[in-house]
Design a binder for this molecule. Structure first.
Ligand code: NAD
Length: 474
């Protein structure tokens, strides 16, 4: 069960905010009070960064294999405590326990994958124009990493950043979302239980503008790695960029899923519903733009409405999120769009919104362009693949895109021409597995990939070493 109080974890110690202030959270499933979290500010961030700086030096002296071994123990401990961890995730996000268990498993898998990278951690050797010179690369830690994450899949969000950051020998200060503080605290306590030295991983709870901004602006934070909205990412890029810190941004999406006239429609509609409505649409990879060929539009619409109405809805994270999402739908309707299903709050406790499909939305309308992070998708019909690609690419975002087709030609053309970091054929718009790099183009990110071996490039710097072993030969 979620503890009543979620403090900070600084230098291995659970501490309230220096100011003594707290924030309250609620259960999205029924709106009742859940817990209070430390409302941290600059003083708490200063203490956490100082602890990370000190601990990092000794942590980085361990071999990367030894660091990986400890991270494997952490992943296995999380697997042992699966039920407890999943219950906290389910309670603080409102998602069903089964889905939370799947997310705990995903966090464990990420830990096991990253731990194994401790035994690879490859560099390069290369040639040199000068004789008798040997050249190779070494990966070095970046230093102190500020890790700021969203609420939507709280444990995988922690795992995607903390495991590679620590493997690479950094000290870390994690700022979880104020809307899902408990899972991150659970993870960090577990890390200390399995023997992570105090100060290597610190957690500072609180709001973005207070705790988050203090971390971004701290002069001793060498790397800011952020997962969240494009608006916050833009601000972070400006502020951390101004002091030339390394900045990795994993941002939002307005992901398109295309259904061609040669698709297996049963399979396509099943994936549309899962992609648009699972986790109440609170997935960066969620399909929020459905693009269907004219020839099958009526049939897809009919099947889709039937399946969307049968979805058991999950709550969105807060009352404010629910009102924002419904407001955007209502504004689109006032501009001429038609709600085919949903578009309203459900008559039950908590923050439940009916799965919503909206048709007749102009391509330049906010509903086509702004990420809602809720269970809402627009439906647009197109004449063929050229028009579908034009619609898919007419977006400020470029995270994921999917196409359903039986044609290899259409699939490959889509893979080449859809502007997205991940392309899927005949399945849903989804994130990646631990060994696959994930990240978007345009306003979905700044080119870094997380997960996969690509994450090692975020959390380490590559040093070229030149050795002339016998100077008498040169
Ligand atoms: P958000 O940007 O509101 O908040 C994300 C985090 O940033 C939170 O911890 C918040 O406290 C913090 N924050 C807010 N303002 C800040 C500031 N000024 N300085 C520092 N930190 C600040 O986003 P959210 O509502 O939590 O999450 C939803 C967004 O996250 C969506 O856009 C979604 O697509 C994106 N997301 C992206 C990925 C990905 O891998 N690309 C994964 C999950 C979520």
């Amino acid at each position: 069960m979620t503890p009543a109080e979620i403090p900070n974890l600084i230098d291995g110690e659970a501490r309230p905010a220096a100011s003594g202030a707290w924030l309250d959270t609620r259960r999205p499933a029924d709106g009742t009070a859940l817990c209070r979290l430390a409302r941290s500010a600059t003083a708490d961030v200063d203490a956490a960064v100082a602890a990370a700086r000190t601990a990092q030096r000794t942590w980085a002296e361990r071999t990367v294999v030894a660091r990986g071994d400890l991270l494997r123990e952490l992943a296995l401990a999380l697997r042992d405590r699966r039920e407890e961890a999943s219950a906290i995730v389910a309670e603080e996000t409102g998602k069903p326990l089964d889905l939370a268990r799947g997310e705990t498993d995903a966090a464990v898998e990420m830990g096991l994958f990253v731990a194994g990278e401790g035994r690879r951690y490859h560099g390069r050797t290369t040639t040199a124009s000068m004789p008798h010179r040997t050249v190779f690369t070494l990966r070095r830690p970046v230093g102190v990493a500020g890790l700021i994450i969203s609420f939507n899949t709280p444990l995988p969000n922690v795992a995607w950043k903390v495991f590679p950051a620590l493997l690479c020998g950094n000290g870390a200060v994690l700022k979880p979302s104020e809307e899902a503080p408990a899972s991150a605290f659970f993870f960090a306590e577990l890390a200390h239980e399995v023997g992570l030295p105090p100060g290597v991983l610190n957690v500072v709870q609180g709001t973005g503008p207070e705790a988050g901004a203090a971390l971004v602006e701290h002069p001793d934070v060498d790397l800011v790695s952020f997962t969240g909205s494009a608006a916050t990412g833009r601000w972070i890029n400006e502020r951390a960029g101004a002091r030339l810190a390394k900045v990795c941004l994993e941002l939002g999406g307005k992901n398109a899923l295309v259904v061609c006239d040669d698709a297996d429609l049963e399979n396509a509609v099943r994936w549309v519903v899962a992609s648009a409505f699972s986790n109440a649409g609170q997935r960066c990879a969620s399909a929020s733009r459905l693009v269907v060929f004219d020839a099958v539009a009526d049939e897809v619409r009919g099947r889709l409405l039937e399946e969307a109405r049968a979805v058991d809805p999950q709550p969105v994270i807060s009352e404010a999120a629910l009102e924002r999402i419904l407001g955007e739908v209502q504004r689109a309707v006032s501009r001429g769009a038609t709600v085919l299903c949903g578009g309203e709050r459900l008559d039950r406790p908590g923050y439940h919104l009916a799965p919503t499909i909206v048709e007749g939305v102009a391509l330049d309308d906010d509903l086509s362009r702004v990420e809602l992070f809720g269970p809402v998708a627009t439906l647009t019909s197109v004449a063929g693949l050229d028009e579908a690609l034009a619609v898919v690419n007419d977006s400020p975002y470029g995270l994921t895109a999917a196409i359903h087709t039986a044609s290899v030609h259409r699939a490959l053309r889509f893979a080449e021409q859809a502007e997205a970091g991940v392309v899927v054929v005949n399945a849903g718009t989804h994130g990646s597995e631990p060994h696959m790099g994930f990240g978007g183009v345009k306003q979905s990110g700044t080119g870094w990939k997380e997960a996969g071996v690509e994450a090692l490039d975020v959390y380490s710097d590559t040093r070229y070493v030149n050795i002339v072993a016998d100077p008498s030969l040169t």
